[in-house]
Design a protein around this ligand. Sequence first.
Ligand code: HEC
Length: 147
Amino acid sequence: MKTLLHIIGWTFLVLLLLQFIQIEIPKPPKATPADEIKAPKEIMSILKRSCYDCHSNHTKMPWYGNISPISIGVHSNIKNGRAWLNFSIFNRYDDQKKQKIYKGIVESMRIRKMPPPEYLLFHKEARLNKKEVELLQDWARKFIKED
Ligand code: HEC
C-alpha cells in the first residue's frame, strides 16, 4: 500500500513539474478574410475538417492540448504546420510558394502523410476517405504548372 502511494505521489509530482515544460505557439499572423484560401465548398469543407487545426489561424484546441507532455507534441505540430502552410494567409504567398504547396498536397495525400497518423488517432472526424483524397488531389493538380 505504501509503495502504491509513493508511486502515485511521484507520478503526480512529475506530471506537475512537466507543466513547466511548454512549447510556445507563436502568435498567429494577422490575416484579413481576403488572405484566406478560396476553393469550392467541398474542398473548403475537407480543409477545414482535416487540415485547419494545424494549417490555419483557426485551431480548435482539445482540452488536453495544453497539458504537458501532450502539449509538447500538439504545440509543435501547430507551430511547424502553420510555418509550412497557413491557409489563413494563403493569398499572401507568392507563386513559387503556392506551387510548392499544391505539389506538397498531392504528394502528402498520395503517401497518406497528412493529416499525421497520430493526430487521426484522436480526431476520427478528420479522416479522409478515398474519394475525398482524390477530390483534394484533383483540385490541387489543376493549379500545378508543369516545368
Ligand atoms: C496535426 C497537425 C496537422 C494536420 C491536421 C495536418 N498537417 Fe500538414 N503538416 C503538419 C506539420 C507539423 C508539417 C510540417 C512538416 C512535417 O512535419 O513533415 C506539415 C506539413 C505539410 C505539408 C508539407 C509537405 C510535407 O510533406 O512535409 C503539406 C503539403 C501539408 N502539411 C498538407 C496538409 C493537408 C492537405 C492537411 C489536411 C488534409 C494537413 N496537412 C493536415 C501538421 C499537420
